[in-house]
Design a protein around this ligand. Structure first.
Ligand code: ZN
Length: 397
């Protein structure tokens, strides 16, 4: 491995050239180009920033103690304000004023894995983004306190998420469920359900974003030392490979630093995120993949394990967090990663319902380092990398 290669990989998202391309592409795509880096501790600093505002409204003898109680009184004031009058009093600083969901329709089948819409509460600096989830009909679909929606029986219902901080603010998912075991009772709905079932999450927002992106030509592709970059972003998937010789020797320095920052932020939110697998060499991946093939057959192995040279883990920029298995999908840590990893420069690389596009099944635990600017763009777009860059992920044969 030459130094040049290593340098290229380590600085891809920070070097001036790709950034210039980013700016051009961003402008062409009609996307907001973030000039200033997003604060790595957005939520936290938001809280800190809001304190002086609150203090300013209080008497001049404000002390640390007062600050501590401010949060409580703010919360109860919000509740009172909202339940009594919806308009007269302005909401206290730090209040939640809006909720956006990553999808608002879900067509499910009984027996399907749960689906979980990603929640974005606004403003970003709101103090308390706690969510309250409920279903209008638990015989149709249940929802847990993280927003995991599970189909129970045929029918339709509404799953609602409400801001605990400001209960006047809520968002809803229209859920329709078919029960494949009871085709008779759900005759008409089956036709509907089956056509849309595979598109759960192929929601309005995603479609809009996809359409916007589709107006643009494919991203600018460069191949340097056998490594493919789109708009300066290194891409490794079923179509684009890394050379066998490519070996950064571990997590890249940028990835390592960003991951430490992510872990720190998760810890502040009471969660522990660890790496259970990050860098894997070409040779390690080759062994791993062939073990899976021997155990599960090639067709199955190809859905969850990359062939050597096709694994993002070889980049040194991919991390499997906590538990690399489906049991992780419904955990608070998975939810936290899905909603916050972008702030630290990572994306959940293989999202739910994008299997056909990424080429890999949903992996709530696998995050990929892109740098903060790119991670925010991808997160905001609601697209996976392949959609964003208009590229494939398919093995040649
Ligand atoms: Zn992984």
């Amino acid at each position: 491995m030459s130094n040049q290669k290593k340098k290229r990989s380590g600085t891809v998202s920070n070097s001036p050239l790709p950034l210039a391309i980013v700016a051009i592409f961003g402008a062409a795509a009609g996307l907001t180009f973030i000039v200033a880096e997003h604060s790595p501790r957005a939520t936290k600093s938001g809280i800190e920033n809001s304190v002086p505002i609150v203090e300013a409204e209080l008497s001049s003898e404000t002390t640390t103690e007062v600050t501590a109680t401010t949060a409580e009184s703010t919360e109860s004031t919000t509740l009172t304000t909202v339940s009594e009058t919806t308009e007269s009093k302005p909401l206290p600083p730090g209040s939640v004023t809006g909720i956006k969901l990553s999808f608002t329709d879900a067509a499910l089948k009984v027996g399907d894995d749960p689906v979980m819409p990603l929640v974005t509460m606004t403003p970003a600096e709101a103090d308390d983004k706690s969510e309250k989830w409920e279903s209008t009909d638990e015989k149709v679909a249940k929802v847990d306190n993280l927003g995991n929606i599970t189909a129970v029986g045929a029918g339709s219902c509404i799953v609602r998420v409400t801001s605990v901080n400001n209960p006047a603010v809520f968002a809803e998912v229209k859920v329709s469920v078919v029960d494949p075991n009871k085709t008779v009772t759900a005759k008409t709905k089956t036709a509907d359900g089956t056509t849309t079932a595979s598109q759960t999450g192929g929601n309005t927002e995603t479609t809009t974003a996809a359409n916007t992106a589709a107006e643009n030509t494919r991203a600018d592709m460069q191949v340097i030392d056998g490594i493919t970059y789109f708009d300066g972003v290194m891409i490794v998937n079923k179509t684009y490979t890394l050379p066998q010789s490519y070996n950064p020797g571990g997590m890249t320095a940028d990835t390592r630093a960003a991951f430490a920052e992510l872990q720190e932020a998760a810890k502040a939110d009471g969660l522990t995120i660890t790496s259970v697998s990050d860098f894997r060499s070409y040779e390690t991946q080759d062994t791993l993949y062939h073990n899976y093939v021997a155990r599960d057959g090639q067709a199955a192995a190809d859905t969850f394990s990359a062939r050597a040279g096709h694994s993002e883990h070889q980049t040194g920029m991919a991390i499997d967090c906590n538990w690399a298995g489906d049991a992780f999908n419904t955990t608070p840590e998975a939810k936290w990663l899905a909603e916050n990893a972008w702030k630290y420069g990572f994306i959940v690389r293989y999202p739910q319902d994008k299997e056909a596009i990424t080429g890999f099944k949903y992996e709530s635990w696998h995050i990929r380092y892109l740098g903060k600017e790119w991670a925010k763009k991808i997160y905001d777009s609601g697209l996976c990398l392949e959609e964003y860059f208009h590229i494939d992920s398919k093995y040649a044969e």
